[in-house]
Design a protein around this ligand. Sequence first.
Ligand SMILES: [Zn+2]
Length: 458
Amino acid sequence: MASLWFSDALLTDGWQQRVRITIGEQGQIIAIDRDVGPQICDSRFGVALPGMANLHSHAFQRGMAGLTETRRTANEATPADSFWSWRDIMYRFVDRLNPDTMAAIAAMAYVEMLETGFTRVGEFHYLHHDQSGAAYADRAAMAAAIAQAATTSGIALTLLPVFYACSDFGGAEPTTAQRRFTNTIDEYVDLHHASRAAIAHCPDAVIGVAPHSLRAVNTEQLHDLIRFAGQSPLHIHIAEQQREVEACLAWSGARPVEWLLANTPVAENYCLVHATHISAKELTSIITAGAIVGLCPITEANLGDGLFPASTFISSGGRFGIGSDSNVRIDAMEELRWLEYGQRLWHQSRNTMASDAASTGATLFSKSRQGGFAALGASDAGLSVGSPADFFSLCPNHPNLSACTEDAWLDALIFSGGREVIDGVWRRGRQIVCGGRHVARDKVEAGYRAAMLELMAG
Ligand SMILES: [Zn+2]
């Protein structure tokens, strides 16, 4: 049992001062005392905030960060750079990975997520098979590598094993480059069971179901997956690219979100990742269904996807969470900043995501947490008795915070601060980030560098 004392804390019922949090043997919060002084053995910190949820990650893509930013020479055979040319590079990177390099890269990504305030990650995991496209002897070897990275870093894991079978709408055959992703439904069910076993030792682990996209599954497979998922989290890439919308219209006469809503029982357990290109009617229908939209502003900007109408969606009662997706840059607060800035540039306005007189930072922080944890099948109890002690602290003496109080801390954290004002992160009551640095960073960095040297040598 340990007790920590914070000058201020954002509890489930709002800001409180002089807060003492007591943590039990299992890493859960067993007591919260308000307006009390520290006791002699208490460790003392600044402002405590509940951990954030990262609802969409492809951890291995951390290894490609910064390596796809040289413009290609465009000609008829190779059109200008786009999401699709980036995907070709990503497929070539995928060809080189094995469970060891996967574990090393994912551990680096997860360490960085924790350092920025994410305490749970949703890993949208589609790289299942060996280089030849055959299943590993342990079918879930790659899922086990993800679990190993979660254990090394300490992050809470929601694993979303991805089903992938087709290369385009209408059941087109998968390409050679997709051979490491594909399964039949029976193979997927076996993989899912093996993956569940692979993550069983990870504290607070959750497993969901992820049809990759409407491009990658046929209608019958999608319905099988929805039945298999039941009430578990069900994540799908839905409308990231305009070309995807046009292909869906050509195939079905409907836009992707429109088709999904008309043909499947979209409900609160659905997470529509990159619902970027939607009509006003689709926007209203997503809200009515209670589905959560997964927004990944840094990646969507990096890949040139487009802008989701976030301010309209949120002011109409829509649920959303944020994800680091390609992990080209890992920073929870920067995701929120980009989300708001995209809307400011679009609407030529300021403070677009907050309602009247509300703090933009507090709105982004609380709503993205609510949607994010719900999408990952984890209760969002925040800082409350009985919940896992997953939280982070702000450096009390950082100049960016010196004129702040309460919600203004969140405004400063998101718009002027970022990861440099986060000094401590706790998962299950254990402090794993101290002074802004993960306790295993040196070892994880060394493993990451060795993995990248091996991959790039190939
Ligand atoms: Zn994705």
